[in-house]
Ligand binder design. Structure first.
Ligand code: GDP
Ligand code: IMO
Ligand code: MG
Length: 429
């Protein structure tokens, strides 16, 4: 069985926890887009793990974990993540990196910062990890692929051109910054090559053999639908396609092989960085949820913006990704709220819109339309089955399922592995 897992809002929905749950029965977990802008948290008996590049299935030794061709890999970060895992007694023998995956090069985070600074008040609020510049170079066909590390002569020639003739002139002439010495970069990257060599593979036959054998394969989405380069709030998006289509191009799996797409949503909404957020809470309720939910970015530590659940956004995610079953996470964070609101549409100059707008400047003239529901005001952290949940909590979940058009079968009631309520047919059986 092949399952694609996607984020349904603006990221940090709790994908890591759902992936950890599914990976227990998966033979393969594949990351297919994004890079170390992602931060996926998994909490086990051994403590908390925050995965940025390494697939969140790595804690299961029997599960093959693949960093797919669509990911942009910063080798420095990957090596750091590997050594952190080893320090915690986890030997990532089951990890592979596609030789087709592009690299975030030493200069990409610098360009990310310089470009953000140049935008001034219009900055996007990126993670400064060099993700946008790395994808831009991939598309300009001046990117370096992980497999290039295994070809020193090729690396030498290409660094001389890309760094010497493309990057350095821009750095020195446009940004008044220092040039890179591409020869010392060659030495540096050859060092990474040696350390990463055991993990670099042509993952095509490995993934295809797994498909042919009927293995359970999970495609681990990073970021989310509203950060999608095409369907998100452009330009306040990431530079990849976190929607279901991106999972296919980023792994080399055909659409006909996919059995199910699971959408992961947070019981409210959050966003890091700038850009439209129609249901944003700028009052004390937003502060309460942020504090109770420790809503500070996994990657950058920035406070996350908080808002009410927006079913116009979530239904859009369900339709774009073909979500068949949904996860609703972090419900426990709403335990103390006496009144809950769900944004169902936007009133744009007297006209109701039930899906996100393509023209983001229209959001300035939009009023969100809310439905109100009473809160359950009871702790749900110990609920283990549907019947354990307070009836008002069940009503909230069912109403969201109705509004978004997908059954909510996975329910997060706390950060721990066991704080999970599931219903409906078993997954990966
Ligand atoms: P991801 O990027 O979608 O994987 O999400 P993050 O890991 O960035 O952020 C989600 C946070 O919520 C992490 O700290 C998780 O440990 C935590 N989390 C996941 N599910 C739940 C839940 O149901 N309740 C609570 N309280 N925390 C959760
Ligand atoms: P996970 O996988 C939340 C946001 C950044 C910024 C925008 C562009 O943990 O859900 P980028 O560095 O990608 O060019 O930044 O996208 N962003 C995320 N927000 N969760 C993420 O990943 C994100 N990855 C990128 O904050 O607004
Ligand atoms: Mg995250």
């Amino acid at each position: 069985m092949v399952i694609i897992l996607v984020g349904g809002q603006w990221g940090d929905e709790g994908k890591g926890k759902v992936i950890d749950f599914l990976a227990a029965k998966a033979q393969m977990v594949i990351r297919s887009q994004g890079g170390n802008n992602a931060g996926h948290t998994v909490i086990t008996e051994d403590g908390e793990f925050k995965f940025q590049l390494i697939p969140s299935g790595i804690l299961y030794p029997a599960c093959t974990c693949i960093i797919g061709n669509g990911v942009v890999v910063d080798p420095i970060v990957l090596l750091r993540e590997l050594s952190q895992l080893k320090e915690r007694g986890i030997q990532p023998k089951n990890l592979m990196v596609s030789e087709r995956a592009h690299m975030v090069m030493r200069y990409h985070p610098l360009f990310d910062r310089l470009e953000e600074d140049a935008r001034g008040d219009d900055r996007l609020g990126t993670t400064w990890r060099g993700i946008g510049p790395a994808y831009a170079d991939k598309i300009r066909r001046i990117g370096f692929r992980i497999g290039d590390l295994q070809k020193e002569g090729f690396m030498r020639k290409k660094l001389a051109f890309v760094v010497g003739q493309v990057k350095n002139p821009i750095l020195t002439k446009l940004y008044d910054a220092e040039a890179y010495d591409w020869e010392s970069m060659l030495e540096e990257y050859m060092g990474y090559a040696k350390q990463l060599d055991p993990y670099i593979k042509d993952t095509f036959p490995i993934i295809q053999d797994a498909l042919d054998s009927g293995a359970n394969i999970l495609l681990e989405g990073a970021q989310a639908t509203m950060l999608d380069l095409d369907f998100g709030t452009y330009p306040y998006v990431t530079s990849s396609n976190p929607t279901a289509g991106g999972a296919l191009t980023g792994s080399g799996i055909a659409p006909t092989k996919v059995d199910l797409t699971i959408g992961v949503f947070k019981a409210y909404a959050s966003r890091v960085g700038y850009g439209p957020f129609p249901s944003e809470l700028l009052d004390g309720v937003g502060d309460q949820i942020r504090e109770r939910g420790h809503e500070f970015g996994t990657v950058t530590g920035r406070p996350r913006r908080i808002g009410w659940f927006d079913s116009a956004v979530a239904r859009y995610a369900v339709r774009i990704n073909g979500v068949g079953r949904a996860a609703l996470m972090r419900l426990d964070i709403l335990d103390e709220q006496p009144l809950l609101k769900i944004c169902t549409a936007y009133d744009f100059r007297g006209e109701l819109h039930h899906h996100p707008l393509a023209n983001i400047s229209h959001y300035k003239h939009c009023t969100p339309i809310y439905e109100e529901m009473p809160g359950w005001e009871t702790p749900i952290g110990s609920a283990r089955c549907w019947e354990d949940l307070p009836s008002r909590c069940r009503d909230y979940i069912e109403r969201i399922g109705e509004l978004i058009g997908a059954p909510i079968d996975l329910i997060g009631t706390g950060p721990r592995r066991d704080q999970f309520v599931t219903r409906g047919p078993k997954l990966f059986d």
